[in-house]
Unconditional design. Structure first.
Lengths: 457, 251
């Protein structure tokens, strides 16, 4: 470690994707593993936390007064095993980059969330899930091994089945800095999706359809209109599908000639100065009405680009700005099977409260993975965006938390920015194990984030 | 840490017996606040305030703090910050004085200025440094509409608040981009012990209303909060009145 490997660093304010609760930190941008180690060694009493592309909605990748390691310069894809379907890459590689590299080779990432602009490190730290959770589980199920820079400066190779792996999977970056990971990939014949769309008239209809036929699809999600009231409460559009096989592509089409070409489209970025309150009940209500009506009542086998099917919002860079300076809160919870009544009750409450939410999705989770703070458990998960400036929102979400906790459910830490800390232990029963492992592995508390401080993780 | 709505988990009140401050603390304890430091001159009133807040479920501690003794501020606040992060510092101390009396007793007037302005400059800078080191937190400064334009009837108090207000605005700009947020709160006439027996001014308000406005300001990360909000317009008009007219106003 010579003097020329001191990483770039700048003081600045950092927020999550929801743009609430900014805090000041030294943002360090390591270009090598050695620089990352230097940054951790020199981080000072306020500690350090790794940050990827900043898509966690709340304060998970912030560290007030300390160091935030921007990992996006560590972005090399080291090796792809084209025959075996694995990739070894740096933690700062985005899923977008992986798709660019892997799709032409006939492979796809095992799990993708609603955006491609997350890093592999972030995907492990939050143990993200996607539309295929009911089939494929969460991201860390597909991690064969990872290298973790721990508080003592050592780089450990961590493999599934060990306590350190299970603490790191969904551990919100608090066990150390993930440097590299080896992932198992999903084979595909084409870069297109074959998609079935249908409408559900209300919440019960939606849940019946998801329960009855989800197993037929690798990917499944429902957009739900939380502003619909009365008999239409919980009306939804289901989009489900799988990677299109080669023979599903029309002969002599452009897609058939280059079936594995990864195509995306981007609109202009959202402007930086959007007035607060643009997304009110009227505008969102209108949007939801149109969105519901324009969806086909039932369509089968439509071909869609990967970006259209998985990542519609990535088409608008900085879409989080549409909520204005006040930012927004994303609320995502899960309640287990058999707790449908809690889900119904919460949907009714949100609908009765008229929360202007145009990005609400409902999904059925499959089997859980072993990460101690990993979010998904078998059951129903609902995610919604709400402008942070909505009057009384904090107290309202506190009430929903109580209902979720009472039903044995939990909220998603990668999206949280406001949970009452007292509820955490009930939601995450392995929390004490997590704390104990951290206390032993990192006795000085080098790895810390605003989220960790707020919730005493 | 503050949450997405700007609600603090820990707070420090400078001027721990201020009615506005205590109304604010009560409100915040009902939401997210668990740790409260009440700093002030040791007194039964301070302990009583602490005891009352404990009854609401907060962990409350008191700290000796005297606005008139700037030399002690570093140590007094240092002790509090050494115990853990403070998400919100509420600078709430201040005295009204007695204008008519103080005009004849300049030393009394100086005491008003030293408490409201000099003491706040010292405590504000000390608190700001600690907040900046922790990279987050809000400093909420209780100013007053009286500082917006000094009136014949209370220009000693008004000028001290004018100084405080200007200081807090400048401090807010200095801390911009550090993660620390400075919010200037300008209440109008607040019905409290401080104003007991005085003739009520138009747009009079209550400590509870100020507390509500502070909570809203925290959520919006406002830099200036008027209580009630209509005072922003009223004072904007008054500020631009010619002196000859302003002097004759019955305010």
């Amino acid at each position: 470690m010579s003097a020329d490997t001191v990483p770039d660093a700048d003081w600045g304010t950092v927020t999550g994707w929801g743009r609430t609760a900014p805090t000041g930190a030294l943002v360090v941008r390591p270009r090598t593993y050695e620089e990352a180690a230097v940054a951790v060694r020199d981080c000072g009493v306020r500690g350090a936390v790794a940050r990827g592309l900043g898509r966690a909605y709340g304060d998970a990748a912030q560290n007030a007064g300390g160091a935030v390691l921007d990992m996006t310069a560590l972005d090399r894809v080291h090796a792809v095993d084209v025959a075996g379907g694995t990739v070894l890459c740096d933690a700062g590689v985005s899923l977008h980059r992986l798709m660019e590299v892997l799709l032409p080779l006939g492979w796809f990432v095992p799990v993708t969330p609603g955006t491609r602009y997350v890093t592999v490190g972030g995907a492990i730290g939050a143990d993200i899930h996607g539309k295929n959770h009911h089939v494929s589980g969460s991201f860390t199920r597909h991690v064969l091994s990872l290298e973790l820079l721990t508080a003592d400066g050592r780089v450990r190779t961590v493999t599934p089945g060990t306590p350190l792996f299970e603490a790191t999977a969904g551990g919100m970056g608090l066990t150390g800095v993930i440097l590299t990971a080896t992932l198992r990939l999903q084979p595909v014949e084409t870069a297109l999706m074959s998609v079935d769309t249908e409408r559900a008239g209300d919440l019960d209809d939606l849940m019946t359809r998801l329960t009855a036929t989800d197993h037929r699809y690798r990917y499944s999600v429902a957009w739900i209109d939380l502003l619909a009231r009365g008999r239409a409460t919980g009306r939804a559009v289901l989009t489900r599908g799988d990677h299109a096989p080669l023979d599903a592509l029309p002969a002599r089409s452009r897609a058939r000639r280059a079936p594995l070409a990864f195509r995306t489209s981007r609109l202009p970025a959202a402007p930086d100065l959007v007035p607060d309150g643009l997304l009110g009940r009227t505008t969102v209500g209108l949007f939801n009405e149109v969105w519901y009506r324009k969806a086909p009542r039932c369509s089968r086998g439509r071909l869609q680009r990967i970006s259209t099917f998985f990542h519609p919002l990535d088409g608008v860079p900085h879409w989080n700005r549409v909520y204005g300076r006040g930012g927004f809160v994303q609320y995502q919870f899960v309640v287990g099977h058999g707790r449908e009544e809690a889900l119904r009750s919460i949907v009714r409450r949100i609908s009765a409260r008229r929360c202007p939410s145009f990005l609400a999705v409902l999904k059925r989770f499959g089997e859980a993975d072993p990460g101690w703070l990993s979010f998904p458990v078998p059951g129903w998960t609902l995610a919604l965006d709400i402008p942070a400036g909505l009057p009384g929102l904090g107290a309202f979400l506190d009430e929903l938390d109580e209902e979720v906790a009472h039903a044995g459910g939990r909220v998603y830490l990668a999206k949280d920015s406001r949970l009452r800390p007292e509820l955490l232990a009930a939601m995450y029963p392995r929390l004490d194990d997590f704390r104990a492992l951290r206390a032993e592995l990192d006795p000085r508390g080098v790895f810390v984030s605003d989220l960790a401080r707020r919730l005493a993780l | 840490m503050k949450d997405a709505f700007g609600l603090p988990q820990s707070l420090l009140v400078l001027g721990g017996t201020s009615e506005i401050a205590l109304a604010t603390v009560r409100r915040l304890v009902a939401r997210r606040t668990r740790t409260v430091w009440l700093a002030g001159r040791p007194s039964p009133a301070l302990e009583a305030a602490a005891e009352e807040l404990r009854g609401l479920g907060a962990e409350v501690r008191t700290a000796a703090f005297d606005a008139l003794d700037p030399e002690s501020h570093e140590a007094a606040l240092g002790k509090v910050f050494a115990e853990g992060d403070i998400d919100l510092v509420l600078l709430a101390f201040g005295i009204l004085g007695d204008q008519a009396h103080d005009e004849r007793e300049p030393l009394n007037a100086v005491r008003v200025a030293q408490t409201n302005y000099t003491g706040a400059v010292s405590a504000g800078l000390v608190a700001a440094r600690s907040l900046q080191a922790q990279g987050h937190g809000s400093l909420v400064v209780l100013s007053s509409v009286a500082g917006e334009r000094a009136r014949r009837a209370n220009f000693i108090y008004g000028s001290s608040k004018a100084g405080l207000d200007a200081f807090a605005q400048g401090l807010g700009d200095a801390l911009h981009g550090t993660g620390v947020h400075v919010m200037v709160v300008r209440p109008g006439f607040v019905r409290s012990r401080m104003t007991e027996g005085m003739a009520e001014a138009p747009l009079a308000t209550t400590p509870e209303a100020v507390a509500t406005a502070i909570e809203l300001g925290l959520r919006r990360r406002s830099e200036t909060v008027w209580v009630p909000g209509a005072l922003r317009v009223v004072m904007s008009a008054l500020r631009h009145l010619p002196r000859t007219v302003f002097r004759r106003l019955p305010v």
